[in-house]
Design a protein around this ligand. Structure first.
Ligand code: 5GP
Ligand code: MN
Ligand code: MN
Length: 473
């Protein structure tokens, strides 16, 4: 059960330890955002996660938290690797390394306007998505293995991008320790034809303009200025990542008793990080992560070609960051540096200024942290802050209030498209249903979510972006 919920500050609530919880639950939200979170059982999932072996400090929820598979979406949980800490595929999610990439054009909205329709029409044709099969880069199996090992680094090495792109990717564009050999044949098969594709409805490629800058200095360091055109890409590891997650959930369900692990929900299936299933999952997850990074790199190149042909303008990478990932990181716990497995599921890493993992030019301002809102409202660029609660994490989006099913019942895709077009937002959807599922009304108020994230001390606002054209999965 949920137990008590204590308001500690206007943006931080605590669920004290009870039952089999090993740590408390900490929910970053405002009162106004809370009832929605409580309504969909997400907070009970926060309590369940708090029972996992080796969990340290707290089971966290971000202001955009909502119900997910086992773990809530908008959840952060870290386990102590040397104290039997576990890794759980449900704590990463089915779309491994789903994330956001932001490109900044050397072009203003006013200069793009006469070309917008032509650019959108070309993107509509060039960006594989929805139920249409295929990807931008059809690769044979041998090349797929290279992608799983080398991510965006491999893609750039093959000519799909420039070296600077990699400096602006989390982990330099590829995570170490990938085990392509631990990815099942079925997963490989699903991944083969999808390198360079968006996927379904929640994924998108959006043209935006910078509507407001809150921190001129940080924005300048990120390469952003008022009025500028940006392209935001949200997608992940497609069928390959989905299959990896399913494969390892099943494997861990079967292996749990061997390690004496009991969980309150089967969807929390897990294994010690330092066990064979734990190590194998992390290696397969790393391979799927690299696939997602290469995927976003290929989509970037497709957009660059189209922008270049219509406007002659360049697109520079601002940053690429995942919001579904488990990462081995060192954090101080009780005054001692500990090796932790940090699960961020629907949560974005937000490194503060001076963090050693930042490239030198970003170090003075912190990590660009990319938060999509909705296709009808706004999206945000944030940066990390010290001390950085929840292991340097913040929200990942507005967060759903309606299930996809409920959204389709209440919203007409056609009506939504004409409403968006009336607001000068060009729409190129893959299906009416996909469009309705992602209606702005299906999500929380992104501005409230960002205010709560900032109020809770998780991040700081740098810029607000508004949509001018959306290519929907
Ligand atoms: P998720 O990874 O959980 O599927 O989605 C992340 C976030 O993307 C959602 O919480 C939502 O706020 C946002 N989002 C979904 N569709 C769109 C879109 O078309 N445009 C923008 N800017 N954001 C979107
Ligand atoms: Mn996502
Ligand atoms: Mn995704």
């Amino acid at each position: 059960s949920l137990g008590e919920l204590i308001e500690e500050t206007p943006f931080r609530f605590r669920i004290p330890r009870h039952g089999r919880m090993r740590v408390p639950g900490v929910v970053f939200a405002s009162r106004a955002l809370l009832p929605e979170a409580a309504g969909d059982k997400a907070l009970e999932q926060v309590v369940n996660v708090a029972t996992l072996p080796g969990i340290v400090r707290a089971s966290y929820a971000m202001p955009d938290v909502h119900w997910g598979y086992g773990f809530p979406i908008g959840g952060v949980a870290a386990t102590d690797v040397e104290a039997g800490g576990v890794v759980s595929p449900g704590g990463v999610g089915f779309d491994i390394s789903c994330g956001v990439r932001l490109l900044a054009a050397d072009l203003d909205g006013v200069a793009l306007a006469p070309h917008l329709t032509a650019v959108m029409d070309d993107l509509d044709v060039a960006i594989p998505r929805g139920f249409r099969h295929g990807g931008i880069w059809p690769v044979p199996r041998g090349v797929l293995h290279e992608i799983l090992a080398g991510g965006a680094v491999y893609a750039v090495g093959r000519g799909h991008g420039v070296a600077r792109d990699l400096e602006r990717c989390e982990d330099g564009g590829a995570v170490a320790g990938a085990g392509p050999g631990l990815v099942s044949d079925r997963a490989l098969e699903r991944g083969l034809g999808q390198v360079g594709s968006l996927g379904s409805g929640n994924h998108f490629l959006e043209l935006q303009t910078v509507a407001e800058v809150y921190d001129e200095h940080a924005a300048a360091v990120f390469g952003l200025r008022h009025g500028q055109v940006c392209v935001m890409i949200h997608c992940g590891s497609r069928g390959l990542g989905h299959q990896v997650c399913g494969d390892y959930v099943r494997m861990m369900e079967a292996a749990m008793t061997r390690y004496g692990i009991e969980v309150p929900d089967r969807q929390l299936a897990c294994a010690p990080v330092e066990s064979r299933p734990g190590r194998e999952y992390l290696a397969a997850m790393a391979a799927a992560t690299n696939y997602a990074r290469a995927n976003r790199q290929l989509l970037t190149e497709a957009v660059r070609r189209i922008f270049d042909s219509h406007t002659g303008s360049r697109l520079d990478l601002v940053y690429d960051v995942s919001h579904n990932l488990a990462a081995l990181e060192t954090h101080e716990i009780d005054g001692r540096p500990r090796r932790l497995c940090v699960h961020r599921k629907g949560a974005t890493r937000a490194l503060p200024p001076g963090h050693p993992d930042l490239p030198a030019d970003l170090a003075p301002v912190g990590q660009p942290t990319l938060i999509p809102g909705t296709m009808g409202t706004a999206s945000y660029v944030l940066t990390g802050v010290a001390p950085g609660h929840a292991f340097h994490s913040t929200c990942h989006g507005a967060g759903r209030v309606w299930s996809r099913h409920a959204a389709v019942r209440q919203i007409s895709g056609r009506a939504l498209q004409s409403e968006l077009e009336q607001h000068h937002i060009a729409v190129r959807g893959a299906s009416w249903k996909g469009l309705a599922e992602e209606a702005p009304a299906a999500y929380k108020d992104i501005t409230a979510v960002i205010a709560a994230s900032e109020g809770a001390g998780l991040c700081r606002k740098v810029a607000r972006l508004v949509p001018i054209g959306v290519v929907k999965g």
